[in-house]
Design a protein around this ligand. Structure first.
Ligand SMILES: Cc1cc2nc3c(=O)[nH]c(=O)nc-3n(C[C@H](O)[C@H](O)[C@H](O)COP(=O)(O)OP(=O)(O)OC[C@H]3O[C@@H](n4cnc5c(N)ncnc54)[C@H](O)[C@@H]3O)c2cc1C
Length: 566
């Protein structure tokens, strides 16, 4: 069996297929393994997993997913996910991934039935990368903005303790720095820390499971095309550099080759204008829709091609640095900031999830002609919070910023009108929008857009304020940074059934062909139900694909009660 790609879903499929008795090979086009999954937060959104008490149920989970997906995803797919995801988690744990429910991360749509205030986001726990031996050095590294000082990996929980400056945050920071610097033996080998967290702590143990099983992972090998073999299975044409060879995959192929976010042509064809390949922080040049095209060429149907995991982002000040785009996961929610569009107007609740805010950016572009917008903040905000790569002013005041940051990436002026003129917005509109926002912030209630109205908004807010998401912008100087429409990958793709089996244009399953992760059309529709909403399905349907292949065609998805080894 051939697995294409080495993200979390692909590695899960490979390990599971091996455990089901298949001979498996993995090809990865990049010289590094792990894909976007490695650079991600690593969270898995899995409902009803029983990992945080008994707050959840199958019914609640389905009600929530139905509401999130607004009738765009067949009920059977939602059920398959809710039933199989907890089994996939059990399997991940069995093969060495340590998982814990995040006790604080709320579902993103608290306004919908079945939403929970916490319990469905499952975080992988730190992993010692030294266990990978030589494979450590070909594991894709995290983005520098996800690390302390661009070097030291931290878990989601640690990141939260530091960003919120919770009791003991300084001790935690010192301990992490000491652990990193005092690891003399490892420091002599590399500046990369071996304490792997977030996406790395998901992908690394999965990789280890693959290596322990002696499943070959061929780096630098790209899938070019697939054809059906007359005797069953597929012939894959693959390349390494200039050399092309044909590989027979007798039992099947799992396409885990990511989406098409780095393919400008496909983007132009399917996605909203305004978002370019540069705005995606996923590994440059890798996910260009190869899996999608290989599937389509042998008759696969596609679905929901206009969807992406939207994420407001900003350009960093580092020119050609590949990390130069920063996703603004938190900044929009901090009190003392507000987002205005090109007309100088607010257009929604800034604290809502990145995916939903991205969708709003697209919507308002119909009026303003651009999805670009601006985060305005005042001196109090600047002092307290980080914005992209710029640390809080309390740690890095303006005079310590590199010379080209102010005026190029971060704009500053003594008055809102001067700031608006500097960035080409209408000063009157900016002043009146912020005056209106300030009135509401003073009252602690955003009557216009409901910002700060639920536990999701508060999650990234600042609990030291009466409303953790609202404070007026009054303290000069004022700042502004441009927000562009970014993404964490695309989510339209090959149409699949409940087993991740790819469907042809007539709706019939293509025997032996599976698509997972962002190569498949997402079972989340246009929604992002909670942190882990992309990787949860990726690993679950990687697991499900291997199970289905092992059980033979036309078998139903595993029912909820079925145990792993049954
Ligand atoms: C900063 C950031 C944080 C995120 N945090 C989270 C989070 O906490 N939880 C969550 O659920 N999601 C998160 N995401 C999104 C998530 O990481 C991605 O949606 C997910 O990793 C996609 O998985 P995938 O397997 O489809 O693709 P990938 O993980 O990108 O894997 C695809 C692999 O296929 C390879 N490939 C492509 N074409 C070929 C070919 N022709 N032949 C061989 N190999 C090929 C690629 O090189 C790549 O390695 C985050 C994303 C980012 C950028």
């Amino acid at each position: 069996m051939l697995v294409v790609g080495s993200g979390a879903g692909a590695l899960t499929a490979a390990a599971r297929a091996h455990d089901q008795g298949f001979s498996v090979s993995i090809i990865e086009k990049a010289p590094l393994w792990g894909g976007t999954s490695a650079i991600s937060g690593g969270a898995l959104w899995v409902a009803n997993s029983g990992r945080l008490g008994d707050c959840d149920s199958r019914e609640k989970a389905l009600a929530y997913l139905r509401a999130c997906t607004e009738g765009e995803v067949p009920e059977a797919r939602l059920e398959a996910y809710v039933d199989q995801a907890p089994l996939a988690l059990d399997y991940l744990e069995k093969i060495g991934v340590r998982l814990e429910a995040n006790p604080e991360y709320p579902d993103y749509r608290q306004d919908l039935p079945g939403a929970l205030p916490a319990g469905r986001t499952i975080d992988p726990q730190p992993y010692d990368g030294a266990k990978l031996g030589e494979h450590f050095f070909t594991l894709r590294d995290q983005l520098s903005f996800m690390k302390v000082l661009g070097r030291i990996s931290l878990s989601n929980t640690e990141g939260r303790a530091l960003s919120k400056r919770r009791k003991g945050w300084m001790t935690l920071l010192m301990r992490m720095m000491a652990e990193y610097w005092l690891d003399f033996g490892w420091r002599a080998k590399t500046t990369r820390g071996r304490r792997l967290t977030m996406g790395l702590s998901l992908v690394a143990p999965l990789g280890q499971a693959v290596f322990d099983r002696k499943i070959p992972l061929h780096l630098g090998v790209r899938l070019l095309s697939l054809t059906k073999h007359p005797d069953g299975g597929f012939v894959a044409t693959v390349s390494r550099g200039d050399i092309q060879v044909e590989v027979r995959a007798r039992k099947g192929v799992v396409l885990g080759a990511g989406g098409f976010e780095h393919n400008a042509e496909l983007r132009a064809l399917h996605l909203a204008p305004g978002a370019t390949t540069d705005h995606s922080p996923t590994p440059k040049g890798q996910n260009v829709g190869d899996g999608l095209k290989a599937g389509e060429a042998i008759g696969a149907a596609t679905e929901a091609m206009g969807n992406a995991w939207w994420a407001p982002a900003m350009y960093g000040p580092m020119g050609d640095d590949p990390d130069a785009v920063y996703v603004l996961f938190m900044e929009r929610a901090f009190p003392g900031g507000v987002v205005l569009n090109a007309h100088g107007r607010r257009f929604g609740n800034e604290a809502q999830s990145y995916n939903d805010f991205g969708a709003l950016m697209i919507d308002q572009a119909k009026v303003t002609g651009t999805s670009d917008c601006w985060l305005f903040f005042d001196a109090g905000f600047r002092k307290r919070y980080m914005v992209g790569p710029m640390m809080a002013g309390a740690l890095t005041p303006d005079h310590k910023l590199p010379a080209d940051w102010l005026g190029k990436v971060y704009h500053r002026a003594d008055s809102l009108a001067a700031l608006a003129s500097q960035i080409g917005l209408d000063p009157g509109a900016v002043e009146s929008s912020i005056a209106r926002f300030n009135e509401q912030a003073d009252k602690g209630v955003d009557a216009d857009f409901g910002r700060g109205g639920d536990t999701y908004d508060h999650y990234f807010g600042d609990e030291t304020f009466p409303n953790p998401n609202l404070a007026p912008l009054r303290q000069s100087p004022f700042y502004a940074v441009r927000i562009v429409l970014g993404d964490l990958g695309t989510k339209g793709g090959l149409k699949v059934d409940v087993n991740a089996n790819v469907l042809d244009v007539n709706g019939a399953p293509i025997d032996g062909l599976y698509a997972i992760g962002n190569t498949a059309s997402s079972m989340m529709g246009r929604s992002y139900p909670g942190a882990g909403g992309t990787l949860g399905p990726a690993v679950t349907f990687g697991f499900a694909a291997a199970n289905h292949l092992a059980r033979g065609r036309n078998t139903p998805a595993l029912p909820a009660a079925q145990t792993l080894d049954a």
